[in-house]
Each structure stands twice: as structure tokens, then as C-alpha cells.
Write a new protein. Structure first.
Length: 69
């Protein structure tokens, strides 16, 4: 049984529809991630909470970040 022959125009159309659907999916995900990042930027750490964190400095010999006293 021979394989059915699909005209190239149909294949190009299916490819274009698939690419458009993929682009919409990527755009939707891009917007979702940006909204999440904007929300994270809007909620800032207050000064008293930040004072509880230790400062880290990079050790030039080892490249490891260590706490500064």
C-alpha cells in the first residue's frame, strides 16, 4: 500500500499553524514570568529584616564567598 501524498502547501500550512501556536505559548509564558518577577520586585525586604543577614565577600585566593565579621 503506497503512502498518501500530501501536497506541499498543506504541509507548509500545518507547519505555520504549529509555529504560530508555539509562539503564542512562548509569549504567554514570557508574560507570566515577567508578572511574577514584577511582583517579587514590588515586595522589597525591609531594613530591619535585611540587618539580620550576614555580608559575604569573595575570598580572592579560593573564590569562595565567606561571611565578613
Amino acid at each position: 500500500m503506497p503512502l498518501p501524498v500530501i501536497p506541499p502547501l498543506v504541509l507548509w500550512t500545518l507547519g505555520a499553524l504549529g509555529a504560530a501556536a508555539f509562539a503564542r505559548l512562548i509569549a504567554k509564558e514570557y508574560r507570566r514570568i515577567n508578572a511574577e518577577l514584577e511582583q517579587a520586585r514590588a515586595t522589597s525586604v525591609n531594613r530591619t529584616e535585611r540587618a539580620n543577614y550576614r555580608t559575604l565577600r569573595r575570598d580572592p585566593r579560593t573564590g569562595v564567598y565567606r561571611e565578613v565579621d
